[in-house]
Ligand binder design. Structure first.
Ligand code: CP3
Length: 345
């Protein structure tokens, strides 16, 4: 690997400078993404066509000095292997044809058929050979809870009341679904690793819907199962767990067996580091809205974030959530240059 800063940071080893990549670094803020998406006609066409998904993954790396690539796909991709019909609607996100709401819906789920998403593993092989080990390739999946949020609700929502109704009306049924999804996710990311991804990231975006006790029961318990299985089969592949729930259960997250925790921007990264010590690396956590600011303010906020983390190994710089679609493009280079220039572990 020519640039292994991220792999080193994930092992909490010293690096020449803090590595940086962005959640949603391939996407609508890039004119070349918008052009290709228009030509292809839809997000799903892009993500299901290996040549196009590979091209989209590489687009941000041609423009920017990023320290990682991330597979272009979606957390709903796994639904293709469960024979669930869905669409990704512009500006809205995933929409399921038939949400999973009843015992009948969930009991009728077919066995996972990973061959239905061969296009993903084909895409990974193409990216892997195109990258020529320039930077690591991150593969990913949704956490069982976050995936269940879309599968039960049927679409994005502020409150996800269908999901949370099931949480209290029929917890056993929700556990049945989460159990299915944790096994499916472990198999899915294992195949990604076999195809060539070097890091796994799990997105627990909707964990902030849960109180602490239910967070353990409905989210962390299943993430732990996935982490254990991956670590047993692939002990050298690092796992990053992103959660959008502030500082909730930080110590518990650090004890799951993952290598790094991705933080949203509401967490003080210095306090988080004090809490988790050297057990895990931390990824994050600039407020994505800072990307709308002037270069001066941007540099000030980046410096604050790096200082706040402190002079310790194990920081991967990122945003606290995905890249907004309409930021000034030049600000992306400002971030990368500032993070790389600021001497650090
Ligand atoms: O980070 C990357 O560059 C890799 C690609 C990636 C996408 N989705 C592409 C995408 C990744 C890692 C995801 C993960 C994902 N998808 C999550 C977890 C991370 C997060 O952002 O919280 C979630 C919750 C989803 C579900 C989803 N897919 C939503 C909510 C949306 C709408 C987002 C929006 O801004 O409109 C999508 C669609 C989607 N996934 C787009 C992209 C580039 C936009 C599609 C388009 O309109 O072209």
């Amino acid at each position: 690997m020519k640039n292994d800063r991220i792999l080193k940071a994930l092992r909490r080893e010293a690096v020449d400078c803090t590595p940086v990549w962005f959640m949603r670094q391939a996407g609508r803020y890039l004119p070349e993404y918008r052009a290709l998406r228009e030509k292809a006609g839809s997000f799903l066409k892009l993500s299901r066509t290996p040549e196009l998904a590979c091209e989209i993954t590489l687009q941000p790396l041609r423009r920017f000095d990023l320290d990682a690539a991330i597979l272009f796909a979606d957390i709903l991709t796994l639904a293709d292997a469960m024979q669930l019909e869905f669409d990704i609607v512009e500006g809205q996100g995933p929409v399921l044809a038939k949400p999973l709401r009843s015992e009948k819906d969930i009991s009728a789920l077919p066995a996972l058929e990973l061959s239905k998403i061969d296009y993903i593993f084909e895409t990974i092989k193409m990216i892997h050979s195109a990258l020529k080990d320039r930077v690591p390739l991150i593969g990913f999946a949704g956490s069982p809870w976050t995936l269940a949020a879309y599968l039960v609700e049927g679409r994005g929502s502020k409150e996800f009341y269908f999901l949370r109704r099931m949480q209290y009306q029929n917890a056993d049924l929700l556990h049945q679904l989460l159990s299915y999804l944790s096994q499916a996710t472990a198999s899915y990311v294992s195949e990604q690793i076999k195809a060539g991804v070097q890091v796994i990231m799990l997105f627990d975006t909707w964990s902030g819907l849960l109180d602490l006790a239910h967070y353990h029961l409905f989210s962390l318990a299943y993430i732990e199962k996935i982490a254990k299985k991956i670590k047993k089969d692939f002990p050298d592949v690092p796992i990053i767990l992103y959660s959008k729930n502030g500082a909730m259960g930080l110590e518990a997250r650090a004890a799951l067996g993952v290598d790094a925790l991705g933080l949203d921007w509401t967490v003080d990264i210095g306090l988080a580091r004090e809490k988790v010590g050297q057990r895990v690396a931390l990824q994050g956590n600039l407020d994505p809205a800072v990307l709308y600011a002037s270069a001066d303010i941007l540099r000030r906020e980046i410096k604050n974030n790096l200082l706040c983390f402190g002079n310790y190994p194990g920081h991967i710089f990122n945003l606290g959530h995905g890249m907004p679609a309409d930021i000034p493009l030049e600000n992306v280079s400002v971030v990368i240059e500032a993070v790389h220039r600021y001497k650090h572990f």
